[in-house]
Design a binder for this molecule. Structure first.
Ligand code: ATP
Ligand code: MG
Length: 404
């Protein structure tokens, strides 16, 4: 197969591949970009694999950065772009079911493709667009099938993260998982315990954000992978319900976790503990807490302008996205226009600030100043007073004397 009309990302990298070939080595596009091109999907980053060793790559190009030299990856800088070039390698003796004990550089493309996870991810492409398909990945792409390269049993034993990758690709691409690969998922699910939670987290979010989360979640449950994820073992029946939801459509990580928290009925006070167990960032935890509060008020129809103001438009839309899955959302135009009508969207829009109150009203910095500012902000938000500095200063003066 020859791919015509190669995307710009490939064309831009062509001179890099040619330089490697001119130095007497092989180099190919590999991995997700090749798969996605054949599927007609947009591509993000192109990965290049080569028979040249890292030191040899560094001799060919003037500007390189050792981004992952111990795994054989060198970044080549060319015309303002960076290209990750990785030496063909095999990975041997996975004693702990996760990262290989060591990688061995090899000169053979076949050896490199053999250690890849699924046939659809084990395709290589020359700079002219010719596809090298040693494991019938093209046929699996055509038939929409995720199939392990070689023996699924062995491959999941070597690296248990591949099980999460299998189900996330099933969701992302809306593919089915081949039978032996499915059986191997069930057999080795418990090995997931050995995998770093951060890595499981990334795959699980990609699954939820995929095109068909239902299919990914059903494998997640039937293979019993969920049981070996943080916190999930207490929520198996709620998770099963989630795997039957038809209309999951999510657009952000915060939305993905908000759905999980909502379906599992994790209480507001337990959200932080739950997401910490999943090694989430503080930013994500705080966004989910805010979105869940908004979601609950959308669902029980108590949402008011104070909560809209505190939530902010982005997380309001996140909350509404979850409500949509249950057909209990606010029509998006109404939500957006209600938000637009708020007299201020944040503190920063207030036409007086602390500095002015100190200078012009003579209030001392401290707790009282904070209380006065908060009152002014609330009065403006509730349209009790216009956002106008003379009137705000006058009110501040009155509040200051009342509080004395
Ligand atoms: P994405 O679009 O999410 O980037 P991808 O297929 O490019 O998908 P990456 O994680 O970027 O996924 O990995 C690049 C390639 O490296 C894969 O296509 C696959 O060939 C190989 N690969 C990645 N992780 C593994 C793994 N755990 N085991 C075997 N091969 C892997
Ligand atoms: Mg990739």
């Amino acid at each position: 197969m020859i791919v015509s009309n190669l995307a710009d990302e490939f064309l831009k990298a062509e001179p890099v591949i040619k330089s490697i070939e001119e130095a007497g080595f092989e180099a190919y596009f590999v991995g997700g970009s090749v798969r996605d091109t054949i599927l007609g999907l947009p591509i993000h980053d192109v990965d290049i694999a080569t028979s040249a060793y890292p030191e040899e790559i560094k001799e060919i190009f003037n500007k390189t950065v050792d981004t992952g030299i111990q795994h054989g990856t060198v970044m080549v800088l060319d015309h303002g772009e960076g290209y990750e070039i990785t030496t063909f390698r095999t990975e041997s003796t996975y004693q702990d079911f996760r990262r290989p004990d060591h990688v061995e550089f090899v000169r053979s493309l076949e050896e490199d493709l053999k250690r890849r996870d699924f046939t659809i991810n084990a395709l290589a492409m020359t700079h002219e667009g010719r596809i090298i398909d040693l494991f019938d990945g093209l046929q699996d792409l055509e038939n929409h099938i995720i199939r392990a390269v070689g023996e699924a049993d062995e491959r999941f034993n070597e690296d248990a993260l591949r099980m999460m990758r299998a189900i996330r690709f099933a969701s992302q691409l809306d593919f089915s998982i081949e039978e032996k690969t499915t059986i191997a998922l069930k057999k080795h699910a418990s090995l997931l315990k050995k995998i770093a939670i951060e890595r499981i987290h990334i795959e699980f979010v990609k699954l939820l954000l995929g095109k068909n989360p239902k299919t990914g979640l059903q494998h997640f449950m039937t293979a019993d992978l969920a049981r070996y994820c943080p916190e999930f073992d207490n929520y198996m029946s709620e998770l099963t319900n989630m795997a039957y939801l038809d209309s999951i459509k999510l657009s952000s990580e915060a939305a993905a976790w908000s759905l999980v928290i909502h379906v599992l009925k994790v209480s507001e006070s337990d959200i932080s503990h739950f997401l910490v167990a999943w090694k989430s960032s503080n930013e994500l935890i705080s966004n989910v807490q805010v979105a869940i509060r908004a979601l609950n008020s959308i669902l029980d129809k108590t949402i008011d302008r104070e909560l809209m103001y505190e939530t902010g438009l982005e997380l309001l839309l996140t909350a509404n996205e979850i409500a949509t899955i249950f057909n209990r959302n606010i029509p998006i135009e109404i939500l957006e226009s209600d938000y637009e009508q708020l007299p201020i969207k944040s503190k920063k829009e207030m036409l007086v600030n602390g500095g002015q109150l100190i200078k012009e009203v003579g209030i001392q910095p401290g707790e009282k100043l904070g209380r006065i500012l908060a009152t002014l902000e609330h009065q403006v938000l509730m349209e009790k007073i216009p956002n106008e500095s003379t009137q705000l200063l006058k009110l501040a003066e009155r509040l200051a004397s009342e509080l004395d």
